[in-house]
Design a protein around this ligand. Structure first.
Ligand code: ATP
Length: 290
């Protein structure tokens, strides 16, 4: 039995780090948005006693037990209290790694959705999100997708109205950033709140793309060094972006455009200077069974 899931990436429209728990997890205040850049995750189940095999088109992604898809299979059978069967996961990678776009997290969510479908466990989205929490802080969001606020360690999720229609240019500079190291660096600047998430929430709720552009904020920009960030952001703004920001702990940078023609012109320019550039749009679902 085989199921293929189209698994969407995310960007952060707002990301503040407001504290650190005793167990080392950081407390965040975020607005997350699914976008139309997809990995394709094919999950096959067959007879056997629980062997897990993961493969990925990107040779830099580890396919051992550290792969998020592998962890998802383990956690699924644990939660379902079922005798594990053999599972093969094939990941067609399009979402850049170490980019702050939740590539690993969305693959894990795709595996949970695929297994739920094939093994007829009929878990609700909330139950899948409960399993997802054991895999990583961004995985529950990748179960629901769309536009949401995320609080606590990123797992307390509240849906927002859909982001207004727009065009999003994403550039992934060559530099790779480890999320763990970026959080460690953020500790050095403290957790004072300098920006209010409410401005972003109001902008989204009012469907005002101009205000969304103005309210973009990411605390990681203060601690993570991406050499090209200023060049990319000012290029996006020159081409008419409502605003530009690094997503997650980087290193991908995005610009939000109201007009497709402006986004197209910006793409033309950036494609001549960077290898990895995409034009995407906000989407309301993260996991879609094909
Ligand atoms: P986030 O926005 O959730 O912080 P990210 O974009 O920073 O994500 P990922 O692409 O999720 O980072 O991957 C981070 C690291 O996780 C990779 O360098 C890789 O070693 C490891 N990894 C494990 N499983 C996967 C997977 N399925 N896809 C991509 N990377 C994975």
């Amino acid at each position: 039995m085989r199921t293929t899931v189209r698994a969407a990436a995310k960007i952060n429209l707002f990301l503040d780090i407001t504290g650190k728990r005793g167990d080392g997890y950081h407390i965040v205040n975020m607005v997350m948005q699914s976008v139309s850049l997809y990995d394709e995750v094919t999950v096959t189940v067959g007879n056997g006693d629980g062997e897990i095999t993961v493969s990925c088109t990107d040779e830099n992604v580890p396919c051992d037990e550290t792969n998020t898809a592998y962890k998802a299979v383990k956690e699924f059978f644990k939660y379902a209290e079922m005798k594990p069967v053999n599972v093969w996961v094939k990941i067609k990678k399009r979402i850049p790694s170490q980019a702050g776009m939740a590539g690993g997290s969305t693959d894990a969510a795709a595996v949970l959705v695929a297994l739920n479908e094939m093994l007829e466990t009929e878990f609700s989205q909330d139950e899948l999100a409960e399993i997802a929490e054991n895999i990583g802080a961004d995985v529950p969001f990748c179960i629901y997708g769309g536009t949401m606020t995320a609080n606590g360690i990123g797992t307390i999720l509240t849906p927002l109205p859909e982001m207004p229609e727009c065009y999003i240019v994403v550039v992934k500079p060559d530099i790779k950033i480890s999320t763990k190291e970026a959080y460690a660096k953020s500790d050095s600047i403290g957790y004072e709140q300098t920006r209010s998430i409410e401005t972003m929430i109001d902008a989204v709720c009012n469907g005002n793309i101009n205000a969304v552009g103005k309210a973009l904020y990411n605390k990681f920009e203060e601690v993570v060094e991406v050499p090209e960030i200023d060049e990319i952001k000012s290029c996006m703004e020159t081409y008419g972006a409502e605003g530009a920001l690094m997503t997650g702990s980087g290193s991908a940078i995005f610009g939000i455009f109201e007009e497709k023609s402006d986004a197209d012109d910006c793409m033309d320019y950036l494609e001549r200077h960077f290898e990895n550039v995409w034009l995407v749009e906000p989407v309301s679902e993260c996991q879609v069974i094909k």
